[in-house]
Design a protein around this ligand. Structure first.
Ligand SMILES: Nc1ncnc2c1ncn2[C@@H]1O[C@H](COP(=O)(O)OP(=O)(O)OP(=O)(O)O)[C@@H](O)[C@H]1O
Ligand SMILES: [Mg+2]
Length: 402
């Protein structure tokens, strides 16, 4: 579904300039007007999602029109474009309740990203207004970790982020698999900037700077992609990650973090800054060995109360049963995802998360359940690591294993 935009300006050259700025597949220009009463008729007939109007100093017509839209058609979002921003223009826009006013953008990509994020933020705000109960202010940082490559961490991180956004949450996804991160492939986005460029910037205490380095996905999630080349990974300091997460936490409802399969300082910092760690494991002996070691490390760092164990590719025929995992790792299983190669790989190859492309599949529904638990608040279910393991299961880790 495209975002339908209507353009309003008295000057034909401004309309042309705006048209040239909107070249995004997800945004459609559905109408144009020079303003005044005819603009109201047009708005009524085409019901755009967003109206973009140009505003010059002293342009009371535009301000009147914007005010009427804001008061009488609050579902339609207003964006004002101005040649240059000064305090008088800002004050007059604020007085009539305009939330979104920017200077003429320098390039089409920035403008499209801006329009998309206005649409998603304003839609979320209006839906929240319609809800009876107050929404929680408390944002959550969720790190998806697993002690081996290929466990399904990125699959879970991307699908979960998209699903939470579909529930009108403001969601950020950070790809902290700094060398080989591939969230942009799972989501089929082409990031202009990544975390590497952001880290070169002094972004302290400014979420707007951080956001300008993120890429907006059509689902509404904001993605801070991994560097474009592995050698940039070492430039990214763990301390800066902590600052970054704190900044994002104040702005987003959910910050989802994808990680590499290794414990490094960056991953540890992310885990320490997280509310929960979705710890992905699987039904094979090598994964379980690594998972056991990683959980011990998390235990020694007092991070285990955050751990929520997820078994991915849970198949009943495996020689290791799901109940065995619980006993071996000493943790209750919090969620499991079925194995579905066809849906998972088709979705990856097409760059469309399966919660969107295949919402009725069992694997998508498992993500829905995880999202629902997070959205509704959940009991703390983690137990300590020191639970006794039976002799039979101990053998799984014994040196005499054949
Ligand atoms: N439940 C599942 N059933 C079948 N295939 C799956 C499932 N989950 C993930 N996959 C597939 O497994 C592969 C690896 O998944 P993914 O990239 O998410 O793992 P990862 O843990 O992020 O790996 P890495 O550590 O290399 O980043 C992908 O091809 C993905 O489509
Ligand atoms: Mg991955």
């Amino acid at each position: 579904m495209k975002i339908n935009v209507m353009l309003v300006s008295k000057q034909e050259r401004n309309l042309t300039a705006m048209r040239q700025l909107i070249i995004d597949d997800e945004i459609a220009v559905v109408g144009e007007s020079e303003g005044g009463a005819t603009a109201l008729d047009k708005i009524e007939n085409i019901s755009p999602d967003i109206i973009i109007m140009t505003l010059s100093a002293g342009d009371t017509d535009v301000l009147n029109l914007a005010e009427r839209v804001i008061l009488y058609r609050p579902m339609i979002h207003v964006v004002l474009l101005t040649e240059y921003m000064d305090i008088n223009i800002l004050q007059s826009a604020m007085k009539i309740g305009v939330h979104n006013i920017i200077e003429y953008p320098k390039n089409a990509k920035d403008f499209s990203d801006y329009v998309k994020s206005v649409y998603h933020n304003e839609t979320a705000r209006i839906k929240a207004l319609n809800q009876k109960q107050n929404l929680s202010w408390m944002s959550r940082v969720i790190t998806v970790f697993g002690a081996k490559g290929g466990l399904g961490k990125t699959t879970i991180a991307c699908n979960l982020a998209v699903k939470l956004a579909a529930n009108n949450k403001k969601v950020a996804l950070i790809d902290l698999d700094l060398q080989f991160g591939d969230t942009h492939i799972f989501l089929d986005i082409d990031p202009k900037d990544t975390i590497a460029e952001l880290m070169n910037e002094s972004f302290a205490a400014n979420i707007d700077v951080v956001r300008s380095f993120m890429t907006v996905h059509s689902s509404g999630i904001h993605v801070l992609c991994a560097p474009k080349s592995p050698e940039y990974a070492e430039m990214i300091s763990a301390e800066k990650i902590h600052t970054l997460i704190s900044l994002m936490r104040a702005y987003y409802d959910y910050v989802i973090i994808d990680t590499s399969p290794f414990f490094n300082e960056v991953t540890m910092n992310a885990i320490e800054s997280s509310s929960n760690v979705l710890f992905v494991t699987g039904l094979d002996i090598s994964i379980l060995k690594n998972s056991k070691l990683s959980l011990s490390l998390l235990n020694s760092l007092q991070q285990t109360d955050k751990v929520r164990l997820i078994i991915n590719r849970a198949v009943e025929m495996s020689s290791i049963k799901i109940s065995d995992v619980q006993e071996i790792l000493g943790y209750p299983i919090w969620a499991k995802l079925p194995s579905d190669y066809k849906v998972a790989v088709t979705s990856l190859n097409r760059g469309i998360p399966f919660v969107l492309s295949d919402p009725n599949s069992k694997i998508a529904q498992s993500i829905d359940s995880i999202a629902n638990i997070l959205l509704n608040g959940e009991e703390s279910v983690a137990v300590g690591l020191d639970k006794g393991i039976s002799h039979k299961k101990r053998k799984l880790f014994g040196s005499k294993r054949k």
